[in-house]
Design a protein around this ligand. Structure first.
Ligand code: ADP
Ligand code: ASP
Ligand code: MG
Length: 457
């Protein structure tokens, strides 16, 4: 079997879902399991309406809900035709009634918790997966909707729930394998699951890729296909650099590094379950299905270019912790990291001197409280609007002069932190957020001007 995951833009409207149906039809012999995201922007809208309801703005929340309802109804009716839509209408109607009731409840209480946030957010994938399954059936594809909340078992860390693999795999065998065996095409929502008591959870933004990998690993897929709106993993973000080129083959490690440092094309955790089982992952374009895309494998040719890709992660805050009186006191670093751990703030880049430590974190609401805690240990400063830039390429440590080549190009820029060596495959540094386009474009011109055709298209 194979897993085919379609992202938000690939299911954003009836025409896109039609394309998905014909792509899946071409793979029927390989027994596909289809995983879909919510229609484009729907998760954002759901989260906005949950927050509005939480702030007691009931009218705003319900109005947003109506617009989502219209969009889903019109997509479904366009796909299904009048006769089939009439049947399906009541099913969608029941979901929107439930969402409506939920929003009214939240606004009555005037509080939104992570648990209720997940309840609301899950409607995106619930709805899109039902619509896609119905559209498949309407096209004679034997689409069978499977509710992911009955299959993907997670812990109860709402909004960032952790999959429980053993139980999930048991349920995949019980609920999904028989459908594949019977020649049906199971359609499941990504991103959503439930804890052991059946309460809805989500596994983190962009998590549908992760769902696809979990399902693929659990069902021993031959391959996992991540269908999106670009030709594959590109040398950099095409919105920053329109001349970004397609990478034909990339290693799991390189792809994980890129994803972690901001290349939105793939969820960071996706590659994990796939690596463990040696399942090849492909990134493909649903608007250009004949393009070969990018293949992610355990080992990939390095080629003549120094780097494979450049990623940038914005909304970074630098936290500087200086302890003038402690001079590397024993246990100082440990107590700093304990404070980060306590506030559940994860650190990306670290650099230390004898008396101070600088760390980068994703900008978030926990920082003021964290800083207050750290201030008990040392002098603390924090500064937002930074970005991490990460150049990825295998075996960088063995190549002399890499850093000099990079920073020569950026001689006029203020570079805040530099890190090479944590992994052999990235060179990472921190700059001002508004410098990202200029820095990426310059580096791209320098390092991707001439490309090795074995690796790049
Ligand atoms: P989906 O909805 O299919 O999950 P995403 O929006 O999550 O799609 O990811 C695809 C987008 O990622 C692309 O449209 C592109 O703008 C962005 N992106 C950022 N960096 C890269 C990169 N290096 N290669 C390809 N796409 C990238
Ligand atoms: N719909 C979810 C999100 O927007 C999950 C996904 O698309 O991967 O984060
Ligand atoms: Mg995505």
């Amino acid at each position: 079997m194979i897993v085919m995951k379609f992202g938000g833009t690939s299911v954003e409207e009836a025409k896109a879902i039609d394309r998905v149906a014909s792509i899946v039809e071409g793979r029927l012999a390989q027994k596909p399991l289809v995983v879909v995201s919510a229609m484009a922007k729907v998760t954002d809208t759901l989260l906005t309406m949950a927050r509005a309801a939480g702030a007691g703005e009931r009218k705003t929340a319900l109005k947003l809900c109506r617009s989502l309802q219209e969009r889903h109804y019109s997509t479904a009716s366009e796909l299904l035709g009048t006769a089939m839509f009439t049947e399906f209408h009541s099913e969608l109607g029941a979901d929107f009634e439930a969402l409506d009731e939920l929003l009214r409840g939240i606004s009555a209480v005037g509080e939104i918790t992570p648990r209720t946030t997940d309840h609301v957010a899950a409607f995106g994938e619930m709805l899109s997966s039902k619509i896609v399954a119905a559209a498949f059936a309407a096209r004679g594809l034997k689409g069978a909707h499977v509710d992911s909340r009955e299959v993907l078992v997670t812990d109860s860390a709402y909004m960032q729930a952790v999959p429980q693999y053993e139980e999930t795999n048991t349920r995949l065998q019980a609920h999904v394998q028989p459908l594949l065996d019977a020649g049906q095409v199971p359609v499941m929502g990504g991103f959503i699951g439930a804890n052991r008591t059946g309460i809805t959870t989500t596994i983190g933004r962009g998590g549908s890729d992760f769902s696809a990998a979990i399902f693929g690993a659990g069902l021993n897929a031959e391959r996992i296909e991540i269908w999106t709106d670009v030709d594959g993993i590109l040398t950099t973000d095409p919105r920053i650099c329109p001349d970004a080129r397609r990478i034909k083959v990339i290693s799991f490690d390189e792809a994980a590094e890129l994803a972690y440092f901001g290349a939105k094309v793939l969820h960071p955790a996706t590659v994990l379950p796939a690596i463990q089982k040696n399942i090849p992952v492909y990134v493909l374009n649903s608007r250009n299905p004949s393009c070969e895309g990018t293949r992610i494998t355990t080992r990939a040719p390095q080629g003549k270019n120094l780097f494979k890709a450049i990623a940038a992660k914005k909304r970074i805050t630098i936290v500087d912790v200086a302890a003038p009186r402690m001079l590397l006191a024993h246990g100082f670093l440990r107590s700093i990291f304990e404070a980060f751990d306590h506030h559940k703030v994860s650190v990306d880049v670290v650099s230390t001197s004898e008396v101070s430590v600088s760390l980068t974190v994703d900008s978030n609401q926990a920082i003021p409280a964290l800083a207050a805690d750290l201030a008990k240990l040392a002098d603390v400063k924090y500064e937002g609007r930074k970005a991490i830039v990460c150049l990825v390429g295998e075996n960088l440590r063995e190549k002399p002069g890499v850093a000099a080549l990079v920073f020569r190009e950026l001689a006029d820029k203020k570079i805040r932190m530099i890190s090479q060596g944590a992994s052999e495959i990235n060179l990472t540094f921190v700059i001002e957020e508004d410098e990202v386009p200029d820095v990426i474009q310059r580096l791209h011109t320098t390092f991707f001007g001439e490309l090795d055709s074995e690796v790049f298209a």
